[in-house]
Design a protein around this ligand. Structure first.
Ligand code: TPP
Ligand code: SF4
Ligand code: MG
Length: 291
């Protein structure tokens, strides 16, 4: 029987639809450069976008892309990685997506340590829906009374996290370097490469000036040891109390990755040879289950 339903559709990258000056342009430029410098081929790359202005980033790169459900980009990306661990899997979305509706998946991804990269474009607002306070919004922004959520401190408090970094879309060379490190971490099966990017929303929350003043860059500090979790936590939380923001490679450590824990010696799903005639009775049995 001929099947007319195409499983994939090939489309060319389009130009971003972001407002001129949006921080996400810097994220896209760094991501393109990081993938190209690391010579990772388009056919081996999957970007899972969230919902929000930031979540359209996969449309602007030549690679496989999925626009996931709001807050569900991480389970989608983890599923792809488990099905085919040879792929470079990058989940990329906003702070509303990841730290509000998707916060449960964020916590469990930090805990389970899957070897994917997670880029959060943090702008302290829900850009796409016109500027409501997100969990990272500062007190006073659009009537917000809550203290902002700090994802780096949260990630540091989970013992199985292995890569925690924060960049700024106004510092392209550092951001590209952090992206390369996060991708290499995940592609070496060392676990979850979490990279928050301070990526201002110039339309609803233009924070370029404040963030340039508030950033404290651990990469620029001689002798800072990103392998020391306790020190990383105390230094980053001290900075929060001084209204400063830690950036750079904040922590890197070791823990078993999710694929190591779950796949054991099994051949991952997407790499199994499903063409074998011997499999036909198994398919028929499977289909019978659904009748
Ligand atoms: C289940 C669901 N709830 C709410 C929405 C509406 N919505 C679309 S984008 C968005 C927030 C986007 O904020 P963020 O993730 O920070 O992305 P940004 O636009 O700032 O890049 C919301 C609430 C939705 N699309 N789906
Ligand atoms: S609304 Fe904000 S986040 Fe969305 S594209 Fe414009 S500047 Fe960027
Ligand atoms: Mg946002």
């Amino acid at each position: 029987m001929k099947c007319d339903i195409a499983m994939t559709r090939v489309v060319s990258p389009i130009s971003p639809i972001w407002c001129p000056g949006c921080g996400d342009f810097g994220v896209l430029a760094s991501l393109k450069k990081a993938l190209s410098d690391l010579q990772i081929r388009s056919k081996d790359t999957v970007i899972v976008g969230g919902i929000g202005c930031s979540g359209s980033i996969h449309n602007d790169l030549e690679c496989y892309g999925i626009h996931s459900l709001h807050g569900r980009l991480l389970p989608t990306a983890v599923g792809i990685k488990l099905a085919n661990p040879r792929l470079t899997v990058i989940a990329a979305g906003g702070d509303g997506d990841g730290y509000a509706i998707g916060v449960g998946h964020f916590m469990h991804s930090l805990k389970r340590n899957p070897s994917i990269v997670y880029i959060v474009m943090q702008n302290g607002t829900y850009g796409l829906t016109k500027g409501q306070p997100s969990p990272t919004a500062v007190v006073g922004y659009e009537g917000n009374v809550d203290m902002p959520f700090d994802a780096v401190l949260t990630a540091l408090s989970i013992p199985s996290t292995t890569f925690i970094a924060r960049g700024f879309s106004g510092n392209q060379s550092q951001l590209t370097d952090l992206m390369k490190k996060a991708i290499l971490h995940a592609n070496s099966n060392l676990g979850f490469g979490f990279l928050e990017v301070l990526s201002p929303c110039v339309t609803y929350n233009d924070t370029y000036k404040e963030w340039r003043e508030e950033i404290y860059d651990f990469d620029a500090e001689k002798g800072y040891d990103p392998k020391n979790r306790v020190l990383a936590f105390s230094r980053a939380s001290e900075l929060v109390s001084q209204k400063r923001i830690a950036t750079g490679l904040i922590y890197t450590g070791t823990a078993k990755s999710l694929e190591t824990n779950s796949l054991n010696s099994e051949v991952p799903m997407a790499l199994q040879d499903i063409s074998l005639p011997a499999n036909i009775p198994r398919y028929e049995e499977l289909l019978r289950d659904f009748r």
